[in-house]
Design a protein around this ligand. Sequence first.
Ligand SMILES: [Zn+2]
Length: 282
Amino acid sequence: MATEDEPPHFRVLGTFEVTRGARRCTPSAPKQRALLALLALHANEFVPTSRIVDQLWSRDAPRSAVAALHGYVTAVRRVLTPGWGRSRASHPVLSTRPSGYVLRLEPHQLDLTRFRELSRQGQVAMAAGDCRTAREKFTTALCLWRGSPLADLNDTGMFDHDVTRLEKEYLELLRNRFDVMLCAGDGHLAVFDLEELCQTYPCWERFHEQLMLALCQAERRADALTAYARAYRLLSNQAGIEPGPRLKALHQLILNGEDPFDRAHRHERALSGLPPAGTGSP
Ligand SMILES: [Zn+2]
């Protein structure tokens, strides 16, 4: 297949990249890049022109904004499909709808779609008790994460809202992956990453909990108690709250010298007396 015929591939989980075959074709003009990134974040969804204008011009749009947008759309269509425009055919990837646009991408054309699908498959496997498969899916998904999403485009804060949402999805994926690691008894491999995450996201109580469990698995029960003391301090400094009932119960369990891993499915950590873990929240 000639490069000219290759469908474009988009990556948003890190710096924004568009490629066709082995060739990079990310537009260099900032507004064209931002337009494509915005449409990629909402691939296969209708995105109204008004929303694009608001986001690209930060609610400070000149009268000429819509006309300028039409120009950008034409330009990025040529980037995505070289040679497009010779006929009057509609564009194969970026379609016009009444007062808006849709970027139509197959799952393999966008890293975000694969990331979410792998994450979903992992959760399904985990719920079915197949933590081995879940771990493979989570690990593959994490490989797609190259750093802060759209880092090169977000100096204006244009994508703050989207980036915050994606980072939350990423943290939830990490949390699930640590659960399946703990289930396999591999807590010692997670200690270092968890220590860092507890510092960076002190209000994600599950990370403190996982760190304590990981330290127990690494036969570092005294460090697990120290981790609790640190969690206590971080939570009260950052949020003015005490650790929740799960964390307190886990602390007590370790103090009593009991084994926190006393059930077949250790990721569920159905510890006696521990309230069930919430789903989808820290
Ligand atoms: Zn499990």
